[in-house]
Ligand binder design. Structure first.
Ligand SMILES: Cc1cc2nc3c(=O)[nH]c(=O)nc-3n(C[C@H](O)[C@H](O)[C@H](O)COP(=O)(O)O)c2cc1C
Length: 191
């Protein structure tokens, strides 16, 4: 197992086009990714997440529907390459986890804090994917914010779609990451 700093710093966004054609993600890995997701911190113990896991034919079917949602909703911004990329996700993505913020109507916790907890869950998933040497990506493009997306996902009325977490086998190694130096991002108050 890699040490935690190596996992955190090596974690990269690896897009479907850089995943291996016909990727398979073993169910044990998917379950470990989800188990780690639900150990994310969450204010008030609301555990405000729900995950929809797509693999195989369900994923292929979803990709066609998603591309069509994008086509309907994109209007003037419609782009053929984007449509094809969405329709073809299933060719390289082995597992897609739809990330939902499931808000309880009784929740005393602010909505933004619940969404922050869900983002922590996604980071847990991503780091787990990195530890297992698979490729991961949090995708919020396509139809994510289009109202019609709710028609093709089994969502509940209080669900907010936070995006699609895509997992596949790697076809590239060691994608370089870019970050500004720490001293540009930190102010120390010491005296
Ligand atoms: C909430 C969120 C949504 C994102 N959505 C997309 C996306 O739709 N498309 C994309 O290419 N990358 C997306 N990303 C990934 C970022 O582009 C990526 O994290 C950033 O470029 C830094 O690269 P790294 O993840 O390799 O460190 C998203 C990241 C976050 C946190």
């Amino acid at each position: 197992m890699k040490d935690i700093s190596t996992i955190i710093r090596n974690r990269r966004t690896i897009k479907p086009k850089a995943m291996k054609e016909g990727s398979v993600v073993p169910k044990e890995v998917i379950i470990e990714v989800l188990e780690n997701a639900i150990w994310a911190p969450n204010h008030g113990k609301t555990e405000p997440w729900h995950f929809l896991v797509y693999t195989g034919n369900a994923l292929k079917h979803f990709c066609g529907l998603h591309a069509d949602v994008y086509k309907q909703g994109a209007g003037d911004k419609f782009n053929d390459a984007k449509y094809n990329a969405l329709a073809n996700w299933y060719k390289t993505v082995g597992c897609m986890i739809v990330v939902l913020h499931r808000r309880s109507s009784q929740s005393r916790i602010r909505e933004n804090e619940e969404k922050e907890a869900v983002a922590c869950a996604v980071q847990n998933m991503w780091l787990t994917v990195e530890a297992y040497n698979y490729a991961g990506m949090w995708a919020t493009g396509g139809g994510t914010y289009m109202p019609e997306i709710t028609e093709i996902l089994p969502m509940e009325p209080n669900d907010n779609l936070m995006g699609f977490f895509l997992i596949g086998e790697r076809s590239v190694d060691g994608v370089p990451g870019i970050r500004k130096p720490l001293n540009e991002k930190v102010s120390w108050m010491e005296e």
